[in-house]
Unconditional design. Sequence first.
Length: 368
Amino acid sequence: MKDKVRVAVLFGGQSSEHEVSRTSARSVLENLDDEKYEILPVGITKNGEWLPYRGEYKYIETGEWEEQAKNEFGKSHEHIRKALPSVKNFVEEVCGGTVDIVFPLLHGTNGEDGSIQGLLELAGIPYVGCNILSSAVGMDKAVSKVLFEHAGLNQARYIVIKRPEIHNGIDEIHKRVESYIGYPCFVKPSNAGSSVGVSKVREPGELAGALEIAARYDRKILIEEFIEGREVECAVLGFDEPIASTVGEIIPCNEFYDYEAKYIKPDSKILIPADLDREIMETVRADAITAFKALDCAILARVDFFVQNGTQKVFINEINTMPGFTSISMYPKLWEACGISYRELLDKLIDLSFLRCREYYRSFERRL
């Protein structure tokens, strides 16, 4: 009988999207095929502790996993804090033994930004998702916009400011917004996801407060033109020859698709496929592939767009290199609409990730 593939699933993390990660992890863990995989969940607390967890998956979402994990594993893993021979030893010690592949279901800072990907590459352990570069660039909206522009993608007008400018140059910021962006506009942290720290600014008197909110999450802040239109999303899957899913539309219960509308209120609606003309649908799908390649992504990403009212022009908004995997998340639902079940999708992601890692290590004359 073939040995099961040992899959370590990381969740939690120290970012503002800690809770979203836990919800994604529960969905993935409940859908991984335990006939194929030996599943090794590992939680990362908000304090940065790595804790193996072997309890019921429902407690990951509620947060009760942490106390259980500390009670069961905390003392026995105290020695991990001391010197270990290698990064790989550390990872495998925490996971409870040899690991074939890691599924890092971590959103936001220190999880989706290349940090954990770098750790795993240092350890020589394959992992699901984009590499260090594409993860880092995809997380930084300001940098990704430069690459999108170079790739010829339409996007809203924007300016980038740094945190010190809020206090030292607020008058100049007002002038730049009024002359180039206009109102209403959006203010958001450059390095954050799940709409954390995002504000819609309707008039100049709201700008300073919105900047202060965004500055809680990042030193680099985007101010973007408001595109009045429909919010649509497309999933991308693959390695050298990525494919795009059908297109889905978000109808938010709030004024825009903020954190509350995404994860708290049940009233937001998803239409799959989106009610778009075929030509616009194909433009979105083609642009999703272009964005994926522009950032040198691999394995998976979700690309978000606006379709402007009236002109029907397609504007790229952003890319997510580790999109949500909750039971209501757009990424798995888009592929389900294409005939790929949640379980089949997880298999494909793992298989593609092994392929990508073999190619990577081949470049360095290393072997898995």
